[in-house]
Design a protein around this ligand. Structure first.
Ligand code: OSB
Ligand code: MG
Length: 371
């Protein structure tokens, strides 16, 4: 496959409900959609999504860095490459160090194009074995515990199979205990986005008594040694998110025992190619995985659902319906969760068609790079 053009579009959508984590609060999100057009005469089109947050508080990337890296480095590599499988393009893009969110959009566009041209569903091409996946939901920090209980009630009522609560110093044991008391047997976990340090081990031990499925990323991304020490002191499995951006991070974490569960995000790993490899490595080591999200629009969300169909994704993923975040999505059909299950598309390619007029109406900047 050869690509003749790469289109980049910055698309802004309002959020239906403000989302706050330990580091930032958001009312609207801007993601970059990547479109590949095949150079073959009757070749197809592939879509990817760069779902970076606007500021460098989850990873080092921002929408601005993604735009610059995509334009100046990734588009030239994609336009110069000739590949028979998306993994070959991912390797070429991997010459760029870091910048996983930006690379993920390109890798996703390659998988989308390649599967569409071959008439195979993305999930099947990745090695997926399920036709529906279990959806969990991620709830941000709310102004009050009553607001949080209202959000939990809403999402439990919608059928979601697992609730994850964002925590931060000052918003941890009390709100989590309140939710646990209201829902004694509901699958529940917490995500600290790295907001704690070994000095806070007492908080971790209190959380350990609340019957949580896991504690996600309690310490900072590079704290693999301290995370291993913490895991030895807790019954609750630690789940790694920000700590694993490369396969070698996972190798280190597995060797040290820094956690017992892995959150795999397509964006954080640099694309579907690396996400599948992380899945395979985790499965080899008996580590259960689930698919995390970055509030993706329909393109990235469809890729997350396809990935979640792989056999090692045995825990509910953050693949909520589009309606949890957006009144209208960038695809003609939104992602829908019914009774906590999301259907894995059996249609060729991504399984969702981008809604070009709606995308263009919400585009704040666009660029076409040709060979
Ligand atoms: O840590 O999983 C995270 C959103 C932004 C930054 C970090 C995280 C998240 C989420 C979103 O939890 C989950 C989703 O996309 O539904
Ligand atoms: Mg997380």
């Amino acid at each position: 496959t050869r690509i003749s053009t790469v289109e980049l579009r910055r698309v802004r959508l309002p959020l239906v409900h403000e989302f706050q984590t330990s580091s930032h609060a958001k009312r609207s999100l801007e993601h970059i959609l990547v479109t590949f057009t095949s150079a073959d005469r009757d070749g197809g089109v592939g879509w990817g999504e760069i779902a970076s947050p606007s500021g460098p508080f989850y990873s080092a990337e921002t929408v601005e860095t993604c735009w610059a890296i995509a334009r100046d480095h990734l588009a030239p590599i994609a336009l110069a490459a000739e590949w028979n499988h998306p993994g070959e393009l991912a390797e070429a893009l991997g010459k760029v160090r870091g910048n996983q969110f930006a690379r993920a959009g390109f890798d996703m566009a390659a998988w989308s194009l390649w599967t569409a041209e071959r008439g195979v569903p993305l999930a099947a091409a990745l090695g997926g074995v399920r036709n529906e996946v279990e959806a969990g939901v991620s709830l941000g920090i709310e102004p009050t515990i009553d607001d949080l209980l209202g959000q939990v009630a809403l999402r439990v009522g919608e059928g979601y199979r697992r609730i994850k609560l964002k925590i931060a110093p000052g918003w941890d044991v009390e709100p989590v205990r309140a939710v646990r008391s209201a829902y004694p047997s509901m699958p529940l976990h917490v995500d600290a986005n790295g907001a704690y340090a070994p000095a806070d081990v007492a908080v971790m031990k209190e959380l350990d008594g609340l019957g949580l499925l896991m504690i996600e990323q309690p310490y900072g991304p590079r704290a693999l040694a301290d995370l291993a020490d913490l895991q030895k002191q807790l019954e609750t499995p630690i789940c790694l998110d920000e700590s694993v951006e490369e396969l070698d991070d996972l190798v280190t974490a597995l060797r040290l025992g820094s956690g017992r569960i892995l959150n795999i995000k397509v964006s954080r790993m640099g694309g579907l190619t690396w996400a599948v490899r992380a899945h395979d490595l985790a499965v080899d080591h008996g580590v259960p995985v689930w698919c995390g999200g970055m509030h993706e629009f329909g393109v990235g969300r469809a890729a997350n659902v396809a990935l979640s169909a792989l056999p090692g994704f045995t825990l509910p993923s953050d693949v909520s319906g589009s309606d949890k975040y957006y009144a209208r999505d960038v695809t003609t059909e939104p992602i829908v969760s019914t009774n906590g299950l999301v259907e894995v598309s059996a249609a060729p390619g991504l399984g969702r068609d981008p809604d070009l007029p709606f995308i263009e109406a919400n585009t704040t900047d666009a660029l076409t790079v040709s060979r």
